[in-house]
Every structure is written in C-alpha cells, then in structure tokens.
Design a protein around this ligand. Sequence first.
Ligand code: ZN
Length: 189
Amino acid sequence: MAILDIRVLGDPILRQATTPVTEITDELQRLIDDMFQTMRHARGIGLAAPQVGRTERIAVVDVDDDPMVLINPEIVQPTSAKAKGEEGCLSIPDIYADVERPKGVTVRALDRHGKVFEVEAADLLARCLQHEIDHLDGKLFLDYLSVLKRTAALAKWRLKSDDYPGYVRRVSLETPEELDEHQHPEEEL
Ligand code: ZN
C-alpha cells in the first residue's frame, strides 16, 4: 500500500466531474487500498478520488470505524430535514465552516466487488457521504457558504496555500500508534 499525495484547493482536478467506473480491476483495488491508507494517515473520515489526482467515481469513508467503499455513488433520497454542521476538507487544510445539508440521505453505490448496495445514513455519516459525492461532481464545501463567508475562508486559505507548492499536500508517514495519540476535534473529509 502507498500513501498518495493529496491535491489541494487550486488544483483543477478538484473541479472536474469524475467518470463512472465500468470495470473493477486489480489496479482499482490497489487505488482503494491506497485511498484508505492515505485517508487514515491524513486523519480524515472521507476521501474522494479527485483528492488524490484520479478521475474515477470512487470514494472511501470511515465514520465510527465502519470503512465503506463507494463506487459510482448516487444520492437516491435526501431527507427534507436539514442540519448544520462544521466541515473541513483534506484538500483545504485548516479551513472549517458550517454547512447546511439534508440531515439524512440514502445512497446507492457499488462496493469494491461491484455489488450494488444502499446505505441509509444520518448525521455525520450522511454529511460525510454528501461531501464525498460532491467531490465526485467537482463540488467543494466552500461552494455552500455565503459570499461573505466564502471570501473570508479563501483569504485565510491564501495565507496557507504557500505551504502546498504545486497544489500538493504530502501526507507524512506516521505509525498507527502516533495516529491514535492525535486528538482532532474537527473531522476532515
Ligand atoms: Zn473534502
């Protein structure tokens, strides 16, 4: 397994729509394993293919120690009830903002073996799934903010973005023990 570089805000790939997967190959299985490893090392709870420079419609999430692979995911049913919650993104490090989204969603996708499944999610998992599916459509959580809040977030990001030459975030190698020691109040997706 390998830890992949994470693309950060400014890389055009984050704004491109992805291509549905038509064949589940060994290379795709490796990509999925690498995405899980990258997400864990970056201490995230979700990661979408464009965030590691790929154009396949694939995301991985791990909320409450329940790892899930989503190939070609689609939201089939959002709840009418909405909820506001703080979001961050592995591709926009250190920037957080409240985003209002449907509180629950039903998502249909293929698992890593190509089998169709549906997941009915609420709260954090629902938020995470919507955030990742947005990535697969070239959308970022900043897009939901008011002009004022988005401008403030982008100004803050401009000060940080110098840390990521070429729009690349290299995820440092850390042992699982070190990972466990980290306290992270905010979740990044
Ligand atoms: Zn994200």
